[in-house]
Design a protein around this ligand. Sequence first.
Ligand code: HEC
Length: 161
Amino acid sequence: MKKRIQIFPIVLLLYLISCSSRTTIDTGSIATDSLTIAKGQASFTKNCSSCHKFNQEASGPPLEGLTTSISVDWIKKFIEDPKTVIESGDERAQRLIVKYNELMPSFSQLSDEEINDIIAYLHTQKARGKKVQGELSILSRPGEKVHKLTSVKMKLTNDIQ
Ligand code: HEC
């Protein structure tokens, strides 16, 4: 009995951690080679950086950690045509428009390849402006309530860096 009591919190913790990474987003399709990332960075600077930073608010939301919290498909659709995503009733998009009260322009003129390049660059900005490896880094996102478990996760994140 005593043994079970000791094991339970650990099992619970592991379970909770695996739940928080609920957003097991498939990032497998995102390119990670430096050429693509460099092209994406250039395109981001040209098209997006006037409204988006990574770890601070601007006229648009900070994009840090985005690729690990929402699917590539969603991000692509949004970049191509934010209005359509908002009008489709998508919950995340609706929340954004209410909060930022400004419609992001459509970037349908960008080719699929250019958008993929930008996403590859976004994917290098995983959390808190740091380039970190591993899923644990996304567990604490800006705006997420910092509670005990988050601190544990953050500690784990620091440990694996
Ligand atoms: C003129 C300002 C502006 C520019 C330029 C701009 N955005 Fe946005 N973006 C916004 C605003 C404002 C929002 C919030 C949604 C809304 O209100 O339309 C947003 C939202 C987003 C979102 C959704 C974020 C989330 O948390 O779900 C993504 C992704 C995004 N932008 C990517 C881009 C990319 C990539 C570019 C460049 C190709 C870009 N944006 C250019 C203003 C801009």
